[in-house]
Design a protein around this ligand. Structure first.
Ligand code: C2E
Ligand code: MG
Ligand code: MG
Length: 397
């Protein structure tokens, strides 16, 4: 399959010229002239290369970069503009800080001569990661974690983080879990990946502990984790290496956990709980049989799926579901975590409903351990100077 390039520019001349040049280099090329056309462009998600004009009608290149980041695109992005300017440098820096693959900048005047130099390194990049790539990644330390803060909504304090896996692929760039977790599950690599993620998360928790920060760390584990051979023994061994003081490890399981073996799942989960883990039911409301699992399995926490939270403001049904899940969790004595909080209104609705914890881009995006430490340090010094907490935005991964 040919690699796909997407040209985002309202200048028809640039559209046609780039299409011609890129097709000569074997790309299938689509062109769009506005953000409206971009969001309707089906080839966007498959694009290997995006040429992005920085001056696009009412939107700036930075707006579009935010949009591309939210879509978790792995495409390489080449900025084009009439001339080099501070905006170009700022956009490249902002894109890189988010983990986007920013190739650099090409002035429109130098298009014909400049473009080929950017294309050759991309030839190897077309396509998806393979199982062999992932095996190497697991051996070579290409996987790393980013951390999204979880806030006590009633008191404002940051209680912990959710650890989210990322893969810095040598040729494909930064990969998000949706592009490799299903493949890891299909090729029997998810067990090795999960143990590696658990090790990374616990090691980080110990480092924070040494700084005097007792932060809970939540790790996503696949539904089949409970069926791993020797899971309890392996877990015991792992925990004995990392002494994390009062901070807790939460295992986030999705709704299909133990679906066909509830008694066995209950046994394993209780043993993991005895070993000091908290258990969380992630993405609640999106799977099936969830009430039965909630009833039969020993969860400590329920996560309201972000698909409900994100629609709370405008959709009565989504609000009713979110509020009912919070109520259900409270009645069962569970901690309720709302995920995907993106606005102040959502935050207020959840806080008023008595939701205990929350996370989402409005509070903070997932970020590297170093960026998180800086964010938390600044936040805590700000809080001690001025008690009322205000949400702050941060750089992302
Ligand atoms: P999840 O556990 O429900 O994680 C939350 C996802 O929502 C994360 O995406 C996070 O970046 C994103 N998110 C957080 N706040 C917001 C927000 O305000 N708005 C929006 N639009 N998104 C938000 P990410 O990191 O791409 O992870 C996607 C899923 O991949 C996770 O969903 C989890 O199911 C899975 N995953 C992540 N890390 C791991 C891992 O280490 N192991 C396994 N097995 N699965 C993982
Ligand atoms: Mg999760
Ligand atoms: Mg979730």
């Amino acid at each position: 399959m040919a690699a796909t390039a997407l040209v985002i520019d309202d200048d028809r001349d640039v559209q046609l010229l780039s299409k011609l040049l890129l097709e000569q280099h074997g790309f299938a090329v689509e062109t769009v002239g506005s953000l409206g056309e971009l969001v309707r462009q089906p080839s966007l998600l498959e694009a290997t290369l995006i040429l992005l004009d920085l001056e696009l009608g009412e939107f700036t290149g930075l707006d579009i970069l935010d949009y591309l980041y939210d879509l978790r695109l792995n495409a390489a992005i080449l900025l084009i503009s009439a001339s080099a300017s501070e905006n170009v440098t700022r956009a490249i820096d902002a894109g890189r800080a988010k983990g986007l693959q920013m190739l650099g900048f090409l002035p429109k005047s130098g298009f014909l001569t400049g473009l080929p130099a950017f294309l050759s390194p991309l030839e190897a990049k077309a396509g998806m990661p393979t199982a062999e790539d992932l095996t190497q990644a697991l051996e070579g330390g290409e996987l790393f974690l980013v951390y999204q803060p979880q806030q006590d909504l009633q008191r404002g304090a940051i209680k912990g983080v959710e650890a989210l896996v990322r893969w810095q692929h040598p040729t494909l760039g930064l990969l998000f879990p949706d592009s490799f977790i299903p493949m890891a599950e299909k090729h029997g690599l998810i067990g090795a990946l999960t143990w590696q993620v658990l090790e990374l998360a616990l090691a980080q928790q110990v480092r924070w502990q040494a700084k005097g920060w007792a932060l809970n760390v939540a790790v996503n584990v696949p539904a089949d984790f409970v069926k791993e051979e020797g899971v309890i023994e392996s877990f015991k061994r792992l925990k004995s290496h990392y002494v994390t003081g009062p901070a807790r490890l939460t295992l986030e399981l999705t709704e299909s956990v133990g679906i066909e073996c509830l008694n066995y799942a209950r046994h394993v989960l209780e043993a993991l709980r005895d070993l000091g883990c908290r258990l969380s039911l992630d993405d609640f409301g999106t799977g099936y049989s969830s009430l039965r699992q909630l009833y039969r399995l020993p969860f400590d926490e329920l996560k309201v799926d972000r698909s409900f939270v994100s629609l709370m403001e405008q959709d009565d049904a989504a609000r009713a579901i979110s509020l009912s899940v919070i109520d259900l969790g409270k009645r069962m004595g569970l901690e309720v975590v709302a995920e995907g909080i993106e606005t102040q209104v959502q935050l207020d609705l959840l806080t008023e409903a008595g939701c205990s914890m929350g996370q989402g881009y409005y509070l903070a995006r997932p970020q590297s351990a170093a960026a998180f430490e800086q964010w938390l340090g600044e936040r805590r010094s700000h809080e001690s100077a001025q008690p009322a907490s205000t949400p702050s935005f941060s750089s992302t991964c």
